[in-house]
Design a protein around this ligand. Structure first.
Ligand code: ADP
Length: 398
C-alpha cells in the first residue's frame, strides 16, 4: 500500500509518500509560507530531481491540492491517480490522556483532537487543518492520526504528576505528557532489533536531540518517564527553549525586564536554550560545534551546559529504571553530532561506557558506538518518524 504521511504546521506542511511493502520513500517534500507571501512547494521524487516552485498557497487546502498534483503529475509524478494512495497518516502533536494509541480518524476523533487543542494551541489546530483539507480532497481515503504523546501514556502516575495541588490534575489534567513519542518508540524498537535482543527485555534511554529535544526511559518495551511535560518547553536545554528552570525566575525576570506572561513565555520558547546561552551566537549546533573547536567562549559555554544537562537526565533515568542496557542518540544533533555524544558520554564512565571514537564519527547508520567491552551500549540510530507513522497507519487500515 502507498501511504501519504502529512505533518502539518501552522504555516508549513511536510509530506512523504511511502510504499509500505518496501518501506521506501517514493516522494517527499515541503510546503512553506502557507498563507504568507512567497509561498513555495519543494517536491523530490525518489531518484529524481528536486523541484522548487514558488506559487500562491492562501490556505492548507490549496497546499494539499498542490501536493496531490505533484504526486500525480504526468511528468514527475509517482502515482497515476489518487486511488493509488491507500491511506493518509497524520502526525498530531497532542492526544492528551484520550489517545494512548493511533486511531482511524472519524468525526468523533476530530472532536477529541479539537478538545486537546487547549493543551497545544499552536500545534493541534494546524494538524486539524491538514486533516480537514485531506478529507475534502480525498473523501474516500482512510486517514489515521498518530500522536506525539501516545507512546508516553504508559508512564506511571509517579512519573507524570507534578508536585502541585492534585486538584489541578483533576480539574485541568495538568500533568506530564511528553512529546516526540513516535521517534522514541521507533528508535527504542530499532535498537532492540539491531542488537537482536527482545525489546521487552531491555532498559533503554533514548536521547532525541533536534531543535526540540527530549529524553525517554523505556523499560521492558514501555515508556516509564520522559523529559518534556505538559508542553514541549520542559526538560533538556534545546535550540531556543530553556528546558527546566526554577519557576520563580519568571516573576523575577518579569519585574526586572517589565515583561508580561506572553512575552516571558516567548523568551523561554524562542530566545533561550543554546541560542540564549551562547549570547545569540546561534541555535544551530553546527555553529556551536565549530565555535567550540575555535575556542569561542560563547560556544563552549552553550555546548558544555547543554551536554551536562543531557548527562544528568541519563543519570536520572538510570535510577528510574534501576539500570540501563542501551543509550540511543537520535535526531539532527543526536545523529550528526559526534562532539555532543562524546561530551555526554564523558560523564558516563560509571556505567562502564567507553566510546569507540571511530564509530562515533560515522553518520546515517544504526550502529553501536561503544567498544565491545563496554558494560552499557551506546548507539546512534537515525530516527524515521514518517516511516513509523506509515507503519501505524497501515496496521490500522488493513
Ligand atoms: P527538528 O526536527 O526538531 O526541527 P532536527 O532533528 O532536524 O530538528 O535537528 C536540527 C538540529 O540538528 C539543528 O540544531 C542542526 O544544527 C543539527 N544538525 C544538523 N546537522 C548537523 C551536523 N552535521 N552536525 C551537528 N548538528 C547538526
Amino acid at each position: 500500500m502507498k501511504v501519504l504521511v502529512i505533518n502539518c504546521g501552522s504555516s508549513s506542511l511536510k509530506f512523504q509518500l511511502i510504499d509500505s511493502e518496501s518501506e521506501q520513500c517514493i516522494a517527499k517534500g515541503l510546503c512553506e509560507r502557507i498563507g504568507i507571501d512567497g509561498s513555495m512547494i519543494t517536491y523530490s521524487p525518489a531518484g529524481g530531481e528536486k523541484e522548487k516552485t514558488v506559487t500562491p498557497m492562501p490556505d492548507h487546502t490549496e497546499a494539499i491540492r498542490l501536493v496531490l498534483n505533484a504526486l500525480t503529475n504526468e511528468k514527475t509524478g509517482v502515482v497515476k491517480n489518487l486511488e493509488e494512495i491507500g491511506a493518509v497518516g497524520h502526525r498530531v502533536v497532542h492526544g492528551g490522556e484520550k489517545f494512548a494509541e493511533s486511531v482511524i480518524i472519524d468525526d468523533d476523533v476530530i472532536k477529541e483532537i479539537e478538545a486537546c487543542s487547549d493543551l497545544a494551541p499552536l500545534h493541534n489546530p494546524a494538524n486539524l487543518i491538514g486533516i480537514n483539507a485531506c478529507k475534502k480532497l480525498m473523501p474516500n481515503t482512510p486517514m489515521v492520526a498518530v500522536f506525539d504523546t501516545a507512546f508516553h501514556q504508559t508512564m506511571p502516575e509517579k512519573a507524570y504528576l507534578y508536585g502541585l495541588p492534585y486538584e489541578y490534575y483533576e480539574k485541568y489534567r495538568v500533568r506530564r505528557y511528553g512529546f516526540h513519542g513516535t521517534s522514541h518508540s521507533y528508535v527504542s524498537k530499532r535498537a532492540a532489533q539491531v542488537l537482536g535482543v527482545p525489546y521487552e527485555s531491555l532498559k533503554i534511554i533514548v536521547c532525541h536531540l533536534g531543535n526540540g529535544a527530549s529524553v525517554s526511559a523505556v523499560k521492558n518495551g514501555k515508556c516509564v518517564d520522559t523529559s518534556m511535560g505538559l508542553t514541549p518547553l520542559e526538560g533538556l536545554i534545546m535550540g531556543t527553549r530553556s528546558g527546566d528552570m526554577d519557576p520563580a525566575i519568571m516573576e523575577y525576570i518579569a519585574k526586572k525586564e517589565n515583561l508580561n506572561m506572553d512575552q516571558l513565555i516567548n523568551v523561554l520558547n524562542k530566545k533561550s536554550g543554546v541560542l540564549g546561552l551562547s549570547g545569540n551566537l546561534s541555535s544551530d549546533f553546527r555553529d556551536i560545534e565549530s565555535g567550540y573547536f575555535e575556542g569561542n567562549p560563547d560556544a563552549i559555554r552553550a555546548m558544555t551546559t547543554y551536554c551536562y544537562h543531557v548527562a544528568k537526565y541519563i543519570g536520572a533515568y538510570t535510577a528510574a529504571m534501576n539500570g540501563v542496557d542501551v543509550i540511543c542518540f537520535t535526531a539532527g544533533v543526536g545523529e550528526n553530532g559526534p562532539l555532543v555524544r562524546s561530551l555526554v558520554c564523558d560523564y558516563l564512565g560509571y556505567l562502564g561506557i567507553t566510546l569507540d571514537e571511530e564509530l562515533n564519527n560515522k553518520r546515517g547508520e544504526d550502529i553501536v558506538i561503544t567498544t565491545p567491552d563496554s558494560r552499557t551500549k551506546v548507539m546512534t540510530i537515525p530516527t524515521n518518524e514518517e516511516l513509523a507513522i506509515a507503519r501505524e497507519t497501515v496496521a490500522l487500515v488493513k
